[in-house]
Design a protein around this ligand. Structure first.
Ligand SMILES: [Cu+2]
Length: 492
């Protein structure tokens, strides 16, 4: 069963999938759902999960303080194969880790315990915290060692959807399961019927043992480690209960080491209402959504299906990964569909909450500003097996110095033949053009941007958060391999 589900097909055996459309699954499953709809604790509905999330327990009763315990440990978790991963790791014994939930203006305190046997630091991806809380100074010499603790504390200055993850040996530790969502509410948010963080990930398993495959090969270090099991919220095959009429806010993040996802939700339109750094001024509808590693999108879906119907969230992008020296694609169904999660309609209908777009924190620019902060050059030497920024690898990439509170355009020039998702810590940015083409939709705040091959992307920032900040490729093999540098936003 497991082997059949996870069979890897050689590239040439693949047929392109048709445009996905509505499906009701197989008839046996349908009748099972219909028969058991009013006794939801048995039969085909038994494995349905409620649509929503349970946040980490807030230990502080004060309304504007969120205080949580966070422990990283070795933890065997099941990615959906039925075989727990003995090399797995987790925050609070869950993959993804539990949701950190707070609201704009909250003070957040995290009592972090490193119960693993390796050095560690936590990065709050996208949060504009202070440099000493960003996980980088620890990475650069003062890590949270095994058995040690660290108190992370910061104020929430942006709303939307973010995530946190380890920031040392990321290719290994994030692959092992050390990542979790962050949900940050804004004052004028009207709660949807369902608020569902969905973490998209893949993991590379050995097909004899179904355990996490050995460390990266030289080719993986160049191409990125692509998994052979695709997961939503830590496992394949999750089934989430929906009711006709309800409004769902999907908070999506791509936590994969190297995989770009192209998401399709059968039978439903996704309306993009937010990007990495908060809500958009103007939502826009999509029939698919490409997400680079590290990127987030918030999308709203109105549930229009009927009782018993099932709709799949699928990745239709096919990428190659290495296996025994050959490049193989992950395509378990052989048709480019690659479902990772299903939404299953129960009986009945509700009058949904609808969606009211929160007031956006609108970016200031529609085009590049004249002041050039820096021009980065990303390169990859396939023969030499190196990835570089500005001709060097970490820690030798020259420091970028820019003054605080002066709007600046940054150019990221990708001279290589691969996509690189470029992530900048500490400040927020707006993408203004890609290869000279102005960005038409989704002018939201970003901290992670896809830089296509042989293309220059221009981004603008107000640089209002001072300090030394890391920037790097979010293909974790590239980051660990030296595709990273530091930028100082200098106070006057
Ligand atoms: Cu890269």
């Amino acid at each position: 069963m497991v082997e059949a589900m996870l069979t890897l097909l050689p590239l040439l055996a693949c047929t392109d999938g048709d445009e996905p459309d509505r499906t009701t699954g197989d008839s046996a499953a349908d009748s099972g759902i219909a028969d058991t709809a009013d006794t939801a604790d048995t039969g085909a509905l038994a494995d349905l999960e409620p649509c929503g999330f349970t946040p980490m327990t807030d230990l502080d009763a004060a309304p504007d303080v969120v205080e949580v315990n966070l422990t990283a440990s070795n933890f065997a978790w099941d990615p959906g194969t039925g075989i727990p991963l003995t090399g797995g790791m987790a925050f609070n014994e869950a993959v993804p880790g539990p949701v950190l939930e707070a609201k704009l203006g909250d003070r957040v305190r995290v009592h972090f315990v490193n119960d693993t046997d390796i050095d560690m630091s936590i990065h709050w991806h996208g949060l504009r915290v202070t440099p000493e809380m960003d996980g980088i100074q620890q990475m650069m010499g003062d890590p949270v060692s095994p058995g040690e603790t660290f108190e992370y504390e910061y104020t929430i200055v942006d709303g939307g959807f973010y995530w946190f993850h380890t920031h040392m040996n990321t290719a290994t530790t994030i692959e092992a399961g050390l990542y979790a969502p962050i949900v940050l509410h804004v004052p004028d948010e009207v709660a949807p019927d369902c608020d569902l963080p969905v973490v998209l990930d893949d993991v590379l398993l050995d097909e004899d043992t179904w355990q996490i495959a050995p460390p990266d090969t030289a080719m993986m270090k160049l191409m990125g480690r692509l998994g052979n099991v695709l997961m939503a919220n830590g496992r394949s095959g999750r089934r989430v209960a929906w009711t006709k009429g309800q409004t769902t806010l999907l908070r999506l993040v791509n936590s994969s080491n190297a995989r770009y996802w192209d998401l399709v939700l059968e039978g439903h339109t996704m309306t993009v209402v937010g990007t990495d750094g908060g809500f958009l001024a103007e939502p826009y509808a999509v029939d698919h959504l490409v997400m680079a590693p590290g990127e987030r999108y918030m999308v709203v879906v109105e549930a229009r299906g009927e009782a018993g119907e099932s709709y799949r969230l699928m990745n239709r992008r096919v990428q190659l990964h290495e296996e025994d020296g050959d490049m193989i694609e992950v395509d378990p169904m052989g048709n480019g569909e690659n479902p990772v999660m299903s939404f299953v309609y129960g009986v009945g209908e509700v009058v949904g909450a609808g969606w009211r777009q929160p007031a956006p924190d609108v970016p200031a620019w529609g085009a590049a500003v004249e002041n050039l902060g820096h021009h980065w050059v990303l390169e990859e030497d396939m023969m030499g097996g190196t990835v570089t920024i500005d001709g060097a690898a970490w820690p030798d990439v020259p420091m970028v110095d820019v003054p605080m509170d002066v709007d600046a355009t940054f150019e990221v020039e990708n001279k290589s033949e691969m996509h690189h998702p470029f992530h900048i810590h500490g400040n927020r940015f707006q993408v203004v053009d890609v290869g000279g083409e102005a960005v038409a939709e989704g002018q939201g705040w970003k901290d992670t941007f896809d830089i296509p091959p042989r293309t220059t992307v221009r981004i603008v920032s107000a640089l209002d958060n001072p300090g030394e900040w890391m920037y790097h490729c979010h293909i974790l093999e590239h980051a660990d391999g030296g595709m990273a540098g530091m930028m100082t936003v200098m106070e006057e």
